[in-house]
Ligand binder design. Structure first.
Ligand code: PMV
Length: 324
């Protein structure tokens, strides 16, 4: 029996949070924390899953009932992806999937998109379907939208293409930035954010105050475009200043939180960081900062109750690790 192992990276949004949902560009970097997936064909017509990281072992569902009944939270993305995959590439057998994550789903590193992408890539390899990034993107984006109903797909693109990309939804633009590394410092607030709720909150604000929100998004787009050039030029001081400007606009949108403000403030007050901002939807999860003295900034974050995260930016995208 053939077994395929794949892995896909988590991500951190650098610029363009929220505005990317409305067709503006963003910049996202893949991180060196990965989720791996092992697949093999199952002789029964079932979707069988073992995902100990989310407390699931021996989950099993007949193929003709995919997506029906109560689907546990940790399974939804994979079960939906499998359904989407079978609609496109019908198969006679079933599948056994095993997942393993290097990071907690609480950090906001995009565990759902990473595991979906890793599974999609593994299915393509197992059934010898030629790998085209955009095909995998479309399949995963459809699954994520079916589950979540909202989202720009930036996290899926990051898990597929990896590195640091300039992105416009839905993968209309995917432009890798030519850099080796980013002096990124990451602090976890300890609070898990609910992305879909915050995205809907912004949507509601946009309905109530369309001009106000549009003006913010236009400014974020300008900042994101300047950041694209500054990152490519490795001008980290300029990138940091742009981060601060992006953060101010996100605060105007009302998506920050007191925990995020405390950690961002700590990094900035120290005078060592080039800049700092929240990353992703806001409301919790992680903040990011740029600076050469990583240790000093991490200590300042820890002093304010944050948890410094040891992650490297600009990691590789989805890949096949092993075919046995
Ligand atoms: O909270 P995260 O890390 O999943 O990021 C959400 C980013 C948003 O722009 C707010 C939503 C999206 O899908 O782009």
């Amino acid at each position: 029996m053939r077994r395929v192992t794949t892995s896909a990276p988590g991500k951190l949004m650098l610029f363009g949070d929220h505005s990317v949902v409305y067709g503006h560009p963003c910049i996202v970097t893949a991180i060196d924390q990965r989720i791996s997936v092992v697949v093999e064909k199952h002789e029964e017509h079932v979707f069988a899953l073992s995902a100990p990281d989310v407390g699931l072992v021996e989950y099993k569902k007949p193929k003709n009932q995919l997506g029906l009944h109560n689907v546990p939270r940790g399974v939804t993305f994979l079960e939906t992806l499998y359904k989407v995959f079978l609609d496109r590439y019908p198969q006679n057998d079933g599948i056994f999937v095993e997942t393993k994550s290097q990071f907690s789903s609480s950090f906001g590193f995009g565990s759902s998109s990473a595991v979906t992408v890793a599974f999609g890539r593994a299915l393509m390899e197992l059934y010898e379907i030629p790998f085209v990034e955009l095909d995998l993107f479309r399949m995963c984006y459809q699954a994520v939208m079916e589950v979540q109903g909202v989202g720009s797909g930036f996290d899926i693109a990051s898990a597929i293409w990896g590195k640091t990309i300039y992105y416009v939804k839905p993968a209309k633009v995917v432009e890798p930035l030519e850099i080796e590394s980013i002096p990124l410092i990451v602090g976890f607030t300890g609070v898990k954010a609910d992305t879909a709720t915050i995205v809907r909150m912004v949507e509601e604000l946009k309905t109530r105050k369309p001009d106000f929100v549009q003006h913010i998004f236009d400014q974020i787009e300008e900042i994101t475009n300047l950041a694209r050039s500054a990152i490519s030029a490795r001008d980290w001081r300029a990138v940091g200043q742009l981060m601060n400007q992006n953060e101010e606009l996100l605060e105007e949108l009302g998506v920050s939180s007191k925990e995020l403000d405390a950690l961002i403030g700590a990094a900035k007050d120290l005078g060592e960081a080039h800049g700092a901002k929240l990353s992703g939807a806001g409301g919790g999860d992680c903040m990011i900062s740029l600076g050469e003295d990583k240790q000093k900034i991490e200590d300042a974050i820890a002093m304010k109750g944050g948890e410094p995260m040891n992650v490297m930016a600009n990691a590789g995208g989805v890949r096949v690790e092993l075919c046995e």
